[in-house]
Design a protein around this ligand. Structure first.
Ligand SMILES: [Ca+2]
Length: 219
């Protein structure tokens, strides 16, 4: 095999490796709510619905429905998981959100909104400042359609240091009365973003080793 052919082969393998690592692992368990609310903490009105005729899930058979937490003074409803993270690493939180049913039934009234959120925690589980939120959906969002939402964040250097991310799906109510309407969530994922620099370094090392091997064999 010519050296050029070998180099092309290595470049191809490196590209394949990059594509593979870009297909990152979801750090959330049961992110599609196919196993009810297992693995999730929850607060307020959080209900997993499966196999409903008038709403299709975005993924699998089931999706999460939330609405105003009318039983408590804190009117927010939410589900969340705490996930270990590495300072300096970039993560993407994504998911599909939906306002009510296809025919406008149970669509959110004003003062309701729904979004995804990342809150940093220290090693003792205490919240650290400035949570990050995705674009919300609200009463202005067309009902009955799934919308993809995502946000990418780099874990900051804080004091005390960040140890975990609290990854949450939130239905927020900021009014004082009782406003109807549901938000739906499905197919949530929290994934580390692979660093291209690391892969380039690995590939360069591999090419170097191959060239060294070829020289030794030819010499
Ligand atoms: Ca699902």
């Amino acid at each position: 095999m010519s050296r050029i052919l070998q180099m092309l082969l290595i470049a191809g393998l490196c590209l394949a490796g990059f594509a593979r690592s870009a297909d990152a692992t979801n750090l959330l368990a049961n992110g599609s709510f196919e196993d009810d609310l297992n693995e999730w903490h929850s607060w307020g009105e959080t209900h997993v619905h499966c196999d409903e005729l008038d709403i299709g899930p975005q993924d699998g058979r089931c999706a999460l429905k939330m609405f105003q937490n009318w039983r408590e003074s804190d009117k927010t409803s939410k589900v969340w998981q705490d996930v270990p993270v590495t300072v300096g690493t970039s993560y993407v939180l994504s998911g599909h959100l939906r306002n009510g049913y296809a025919d406008g039934k149970d669509a959110m009234e004003p003062d309701n909104s729904a979004f995804l959120q990342i809150q940093w925690l220290d090693a003792d589980g205490n919240p650290l400042p400035d949570p990050h939120a995705s674009d919300p959906i609200n009463h202005l969002t067309p009902s009955g359609q799934w919308f993809f939402k995502s946000l990418e964040v780099i874990v900051p250097e804080l004091d005390p240091p960040v140890a975990m991310a609290r990854v949450a799906a939130i239905h927020q109510y900021l009014g004082t009365g009782l406003d109807r309407g549901s938000s739906w969530f499905d197919n949530l994922a929290f994934e580390p973003v692979p660093e291209p620099g690391t892969i380039v370094m690995l590939c360069s090392g591999l090419v170097g080793l191959l060239l060294y091997g070829l020289r030794r064999r030819n010499g």
